[in-house]
Write a protein that binds this ligand. Structure first.
Ligand code: HXC
Ligand code: NAP
Length: 292
């Protein structure tokens, strides 16, 4: 979708960039000329991804291990990235922790772990890159990955819902504060279900996968394709989107509206029943008229 040189001389730092959606976004930005820094806890996973992207895209990829929850790791990753590439232009806060569970089964440490990765981790990288941008007058862009339950809330992944809601608030808050003072953009995307090993193992384990089919309840009748997300993210972090600030773009096939619309459940009524339903409704109206 975007010209081949869209990200020439630009550097993107992607947290959680060794696997899943982070890896797909890293590969896409690399194919459009970006230098890439990927970070997560497991060095061997990052190394494999870096080699694969370098080989396929002929791009520069720097894999650095670190925990998003630890500010000393975050500062080290950012400093190493700057010393390798000169500066960082794009931050994608993608690292996450999540698993399905009734809330009453969770310890406070389970909440702490997920909120630490998703919310505090996003804050840590935003501060580290933000200070680099402000000190060097770089009009950087931070893109955060949330999901639609950041604004609807949801049962069974409550720590993640709390954390993503915080990330959405951060996105919108900095869009104005840092947008006005420093020209730094802050945007978010809200993906629906996109198959990744990390998410599927923890959210749709085999024992429930058949009963809870994320494709079946989606208006588009399918899950997302990584390329579709990468194109959207590529646009939002590029200069083509330089007037997009504070926005969260949903990419879920209409899933959240399907759940929100009160009468969407009527898709369970088979087509052949609608004549009968209509007659019932019209007859009720006639009865009312005759009574009056
Ligand atoms: C209940 C659990 C649990 C489970 C862990 N805990 N798994 N409690 N049910 N299934 C508890 C632990 O017992 C511990 O509490 C606390 O949570 C922290 O667990 P640790 O294993 O010590 O944490 P940590 O090593 O930091 O691992 C974090 C993790 C893990 C989130 C638990 O799953 C992870 O590393 N995830 C990273 C990748 C990931 O989650 N990807 C999916 C993103 S998908 P106690 O009290 O015992 O000490 C996503 C999709 C959103 O976000 C939208 C989809 C549509
Ligand atoms: P994933 O492959 O499990 O990605 C999560 C990444 O975060 C992993 O690479 C993991 O690597 C890293 N990570 C976890 N804890 C970390 C920590 N403490 N420090 C540094 N890195 C850490 O899952 P995914 O599906 O691609 O998810 C990517 C993003 O998309 C997440 O923000 C998720 O909430 C969002 N999302 C996904 C979906 C979906 O359907 N897949 C839908 C909506 C939103 P290590 O374990 O090596 O650290």
């Amino acid at each position: 979708m975007l010209p081949e040189n869209t990200f020439e001389n630009k550097t993107a730092l992607i947290t959680g960039g060794g696997t899943g959606l982070g890896r797909s976004m890293a590969a896409y930005l690399a194919s459009l000329g970006a230098n890439i820094i990927i970070t997560s806890r497991r060095q061997e996973v990052l190394d494999k991804t870096a080699t694969a992207i370098r080989d396929a895209k002929k791009a520069q990829v720097l894999p650095i291990a670190g925990d998003v929850r630890h500010m000393e790791d975050v500062e080290r990753v950012v400093m190493q990235g700057i010393s390798e590439f000169g500066q960082i232009d794009i931050l994608i806060n993608n690292a996450a922790g999540n698993f399905i569970s009734p809330t009453e089964r969770l310890s406070h440490r389970a909440f702490e772990s997920i909120i630490g990765i998703v919310l505090q981790g996003t804050i840590n990288y935003t501060l580290a890159c933000g200070n680099h941008w402000i000190a060097n007058e770089i009009k950087g862009v931070a893109l955060n990955i949330v999901t639609s339950y950041a604004w609807t809330g949801t049962g069974y992944t409550v720590p993640s819902a709390c954390a993503k809601a915080g990330v959405l608030a951060l996105t919108r808050s900095l869009a104005t504060e840092w947008g006005k003072k420093y020209g730094i953009r802050s945007v978010a995307v809200a993906p629906g279900p996109f198959p990744t090993k990390g998410a599927w193992d923890r959210l749709f384990p085999a024992s429930v996968r058949k009963a809870i089919d994320p494709a079946g309840r989606n208006p588009m009748g399918r899950v997302g394709d990584h390329e579709e997300l990468a194109h959207l993210v590529g646009y939002l972090v590029s200069d083509y989107a330089r007037y997009v600030n504070g926005e969260v773009v949903t990419i879920d096939g209409g899933e959240w509206l399907q759940g929100a619309g009160m009468f969407n459940v009527f898709d369970q009524v088979p087509n052949e029943m609608w004549d009968m339903v209509e007659q019932e409704v019209r007859a009720a109206k006639e009865r009312q008229k005759n009574k009056a």
